[in-house]
Ligand binder design. Structure first.
Ligand code: GCO
Length: 453
């Protein structure tokens, strides 16, 4: 196949999130978040790690932007800490918190790196959690107020926005399994209620951004969901995987359609409504208009996929993996085809330009005796995945950008610092940054616009 790279205007970036890298958890007037709360709880986080200091990015952002410039990044996806800016979640604005993001955005622009800002990547204000959090029917308004404060301040320079990151995770892990903050184990009906409010919050924030920035803003969000892949290229097999990717037949917070159909099609999927019956949320007149406020792109966080085959009776089942199948340090399977099938199926259904907002490999890198960090597995992983994304692009899927997760090793939520996803190694004692071999490799990929893959 001819190697056409990724075409004109393709955006190459890296992603991070505030709580995972910033540190400075109690500095300059920042209010507590639910992750500050959960990190205090016994037995919740691997090794009792916390995000108190994380990568100390709050103080070292200039050095980090310097690394981005060295890499030749076209764009950087970061998130804003809601309680750093609004310590109580609503009302009082913390000027020092806002000023940090001002400095960051200015440094990025000065370095020729386009800022892609995510409003909410899970560090929810503790004070709002105490008022019921996402269960409170005012929570979409709280989020809209926050969005307005941010866009008012940064909207003159930031043009690319994501409202929220992975609602499936902060609702599913945070409100059903209890493994992520705020650690709740709600009944399915309450979970669906919280989800409905989060969807309304997304819509209201999209409106707030549009009101302030008009058509100059590129608005999206960054959900995650299960990607299903066909066992063969036959039309039948592809159709089965497509169906499996969107079917909402049981209580499963990973299914794409429950989150994406409302946003892009203005309704909950029929099969889900049928399966959930009286647990389904109360949808008031006008809710779906808010939720489906037009946005410009669909961000996708994709790490792996599941190959599907027929179960012989009209349904499907997952194909069992061969013994010894490649796994990441997270024990997630290495399945490069997900960067082909995921964007393809989601683009077909929703018709929106796609940006891969996260993709990467967790491993246990350390600094070798030669002072370097050699991570050949990450290079191989990214190469395989990016080749599949290139195939999707060449097959006509409207893919506009790719953000590797992550620029820096960082705090991996309940897993603490166990996993290293970075192109840059962090020594959490000294905060020394050591670019890994994969950083040098990614720089070449970017410079060649993907033809070097
Ligand atoms: C998520 C988040 C990131 C993670 C990354 C690796 O998917 O959980 O968006 O914050 O760090 O995906 O798990």
């Amino acid at each position: 196949m001819e190697n056409k790279g990724f075409g004109e205007n393709f955006t190459w970036g890296c992603a991070t999130a505030s709580y995972q890298i910033e540190g400075a958890a109690r500095e300059d007037g920042k209010g507590p978040s639910i992750w500050d709360m959960m990190c205090r709880w016994e037995g919740k986080i691997f090794n009792r790690d916390t995000g108190d200091t994380a990568c100390d990015h709050y103080h070292r952002y200039a050095e980090d932007v310097g690394i981005m410039r060295d890499l030749g990044l076209g764009a950087y996806r970061f998130s804003i800490s809601w309680p750093r800016v609004l310590p109580e979640g609503t009302g009082r604005v913390n000027e020092k918190g806002l000023a940090f993001y001002d400095r960051l955005v200015d440094a990025l622009l000065e370095g020729g790196v386009t800022p892609y800002a995510t409003l909410f990547h899970w560090d929810y204000p503790y004070e709002l959690f105490c008022r019921g959090g996402w269960l409170n029917s005012d929570s979409p308004l709280w989020f809209a107020e926050y969005a307005d404060v941010i866009v008012d301040r940064l909207g003159d320079r930031v043009k690319h926005w994501m409202t929220m990151n992975e609602p499936q995770c902060f609702l599913g892990f945070g409100h059903v399994t209890g493994t992520h903050a705020p650690g709740l184990k709600l009944d399915w009906a309450e979970y669906l209620r919280a989800t409905h409010h989060a969807l309304l919050a997304h819509g209201r924030a999209a409106q707030a951004i549009r009101v302030r920035s008009g058509d100059t803003a590129m608005i999206g969000w960054a959900p995650v969901g299960v990607v299903r892949m066909p066992a063969s290229d036959s039309a039948e097999s592809v159709e089965l995987a497509r169906r499996a990717m969107f079917a909402m037949e049981k209580k499963d917070f990973w299914v794409n359609s429950w989150f994406m159909d409302p946003v892009f099609l203005g309704k909950y999927p029929e099969d889900g409504l049928k399966a959930f019956g009286s647990a389904a949320p109360d949808v008031r007149a006008g809710d779906m208009d808010i939720i489906s406020t037009p946005v410009d792109f669909l961000g996708l966080n994709i790490y792996n996929g599941q190959t599907i085959e027929s179960n012989g009776s009209g349904g499907w089942r997952a194909v069992e993996k061969a013994p010894g199948h490649a796994l990441t340090n997270f024990h997630w399977p290495v399945t490069p085809g997900c960067l082909y099938w995921g964007p393809k199926f989601l683009h077909e259904r929703y018709g929106k330009p796609i940006v891969i907002t996260e993709n990467g490999l967790s491993s246990t890198d350390w600094v070798h005796t030669d002072g370097q960090v050699h991570d050949p597995s990450r290079i191989d992983f990214l190469r395989r995945y990016l080749r599949e994304l290139r195939r999707a692009k060449n097959d006509g899927v409207d893919v506009r950008g790719y953000f590797q997760w992550s620029l820096l090793d960082n705090f991996e939520w309940a897993e603490g610092y166990k996993h290293r996803f970075g192109l840059v190694h962090i020594d959490y004692g000294t905060f020394k940054r050591t670019p890994k071999d994969s950083a040098t490799w990614y720089k070449e990929v970017i410079a060649s616009n993907g033809t070097a893959l």
